[in-house]
Design a protein around this ligand. Sequence first.
Ligand SMILES: [Zn+2]
Length: 293
Amino acid sequence: MEKGRRHRPHRRFENAPRLLLECELSLCPSCGEKLKPRRAWHMRKSVQTLKGPLRVAGKSKECVNPSCAQHGRHYYASRVSLISLPNSTYGLDVLAFIGWQHEHEHKQLVEIQRELNRRGILVNERNVGRLYRQFLGLLGAVKEPVQQVLEVTATKQGGLIWAMDALQPEGCGTLLYVLYEVLSGTPVAALQTEHSTTAELVDWLKPYREMHLPVLGTLSDGEEAIGLALKTCWPTAPHQRCQSHFLSNLAEAVLPYDDELRKNLRQDLGGLPAVPEHSVGASPLCQPPEIQG
Ligand SMILES: [Zn+2]
């Protein structure tokens, strides 16, 4: 019997709020010169999170120093790894929710699916199982493909930039610590636990420290235990408190207002005749117009 084509529902979530993430680096890791922001998006996708759908877009930066070995190289917004895994349209909070509900609340996958549906997340039972396995993979030890990505990145870039963040997904009794590598935008590992001490985090980071790959720097948000753990594991690498995390957190708070503004502008301007030629197609993710005065 001929196998039918896999049906993948096309979901656009046109009216979802937008989350714009910039590349976290301000200086080129190779030459130390200021990176130049690029106008184009390097990624954009719709992500279903526990708080509702989001349109996520990442903007990159470029080294424009002609004498730099990495001249012309694009650096991406690696913080998208904290929203959802690459190639996934479900939020990391949804994965953490499934993991917590299955492991700690002993819920069946079908019960979790119903709960997610009740919360407005479109997902079937088979996908709940798939997301659960993805989450277990992220919690597991270093996997060979990830190790290869890290080795290639270290060779090409002269080293890695480690970053860590703690998320508090809804419906989970604990925090989710996520370790990711900035230059390759790779989510490397996650740890689901209560507020960890520096010593516990250092212990968790041991396999990554023991890779003995050169490290150009470390990044984290304001949490002290995380910053100290990174500095303990890689004491010679400069540590930067990530400004863009702070800015993005702020951006999350203004998202609904930004969205409202966009809708109102569209309504107000909708009646005007179109610009005849060379007009750029209106993108749902186009930059908000500059407001003067
Ligand atoms: Zn450079």
